[in-house]
Design a protein around this ligand. Sequence first.
Ligand code: NI
Length: 158
Amino acid sequence: MDHTGKPVTDEDFAGKWQLVFFGFTYCADVCPTTLSDVSTVLAELGDDAEQVTPLFISVDPERDTPKVMAEYVANFDPRIVGLTGSPEQIKQAAQAFRAYYAKVEQEGQADGYTMDHSAFLYLMSPEGEYAAHFSPSDEPAAIADEIRAYLEGEKTVA
Ligand code: NI
């Protein structure tokens, strides 16, 4: 489900490149940093950003309702699409990317827990094939350069 409450499947995003990140809105460091980087990447891509849909998929669907996701992604870039769903749907989405996440009980956190999660950004082709991934240490300008290489066909999906 997207952040407007509309049910979506991978077919809704076919035909465009996708930049996919798993995280949650209560995240204190990796998620806000990465989404801010995604916003910078989109800015670096300029008009080419129209060929890329950034997706932020919640691994904390209990708290991340569509409304919460809508407010959160708007803080970073209006082009970012927030996705959430049932715990089972989220599990399937994460498995498709082999993305790791786990609920961790922790005192002092809101609601007594936090979410551990992998921090890779995945670039997927318009056909839904994996193209590349980026880690939090990658500079937004370098990420934008690599994405552009795919958009222009200098690099192709293996
Ligand atoms: Ni996070």
